[in-house]
Design a binder for this molecule. Structure first.
Ligand code: AMP
Length: 221
């Protein structure tokens, strides 16, 4: 399964990607998580990406494509992947196509999780992330069992620096301008599926799985 998840910040890509990765037994690749980890570690990549991530701007395509080339080269990607937050520009999508073509592979589906702007801002403001394992929570719709503590690993929950209101608005603007055109890109390749992002995590997950089953039975496998 080689799947791309599209959707504005806060649409639920990360949460769904974690579940889909388990269901299809393939790695969940989040460029945002890779960049945040690099920033935390103080690596060269982190130093180059830091100011973009902090301000909710896109990290340059070249840097992202280098990162993805390295990640796709690892053995765990042989059976596929769930991409979360990549590609975000047409150039990145073309770069991914080239990388896959070189090994005779292609994307099975690009699923776009649709949500309206009000619910995005609400969701992102209420999002909390485990500082240790990275699991996402939402104070309104998916709270931890114990306040401020990760259910899975006991780590402390924090608010992402770029989940502040001014940065959120900027990230949504960047999404509309740079990433929404990818829907046409994948539609023209016959692999786009649009899924309603409203409702519970379970409901949205089921919609995605159903749309993928349809897609695969249409011959997209
Ligand atoms: P995310 O966790 O996907 O919301 O990403 C957080 C931030 O990391 C974004 O606001 C960007 O600054 C950066 N980022 C993540 N993925 C990409 C990408 N594919 N292209 C450019 N910047 C990215």
């Amino acid at each position: 399964m080689r799947l791309i998840l599209l959707g504005a910040p806060g649409a639920g890509k990360g949460t769904q990607a974690t579940r889909l990765a388990k269901r299809y037994a393939v790695p969940h690749i989040s460029t945002g998580d890779i960049l945040r980890e690099a920033i935390k570690q103080g690596s060269q990549l982190g130093a180059r990406a830091n100011c973009y991530v902090r301000e909710g701007k896109l990290v340059p395509d070249k840097l992202i494509l280098e990162l993805i080339r390295e990640r796709l080269g690892r053995g765990d990607c042989k059976r596929g992947f769930i991409m979360d937050g990549f590609p975000r520009t047409i150039r990145q999508a073309e770069g991914l196509n080239h990388l896959l073509e070189a090994v005779n592979k292609r994307i099975n589906a690009a699923v776009s999780i649709e949500a309206d702007q009000n619910s995005l801002v609400k969701r992102l403001s209420a999002r909390r992330v485990c500082s240790s394992c990275g699991r996402n929570y939402n104070l309104l719709t998916y709270p931890p069992k114990q306040q401020g503590i990760c259910d899975l690993c006991g780590g402390g929950l924090i608010q992402r620096e770029d989940d502040k209101e001014e940065t959120i608005i900027n990230r949504i603007r960047v999404y509309d301008k740079e990433t929404v055109p990818l829907k046409d890109f994948y539609r023209s390749k016959g692999v786009l599926k649009e899924v309603d992002g409203r409702g519970s995590v379970k409901e949205v997950f089921q919609r995605i799985v159903d749309s993928l089953n349809n897609r695969l039975s249409e011959g997209g496998g």
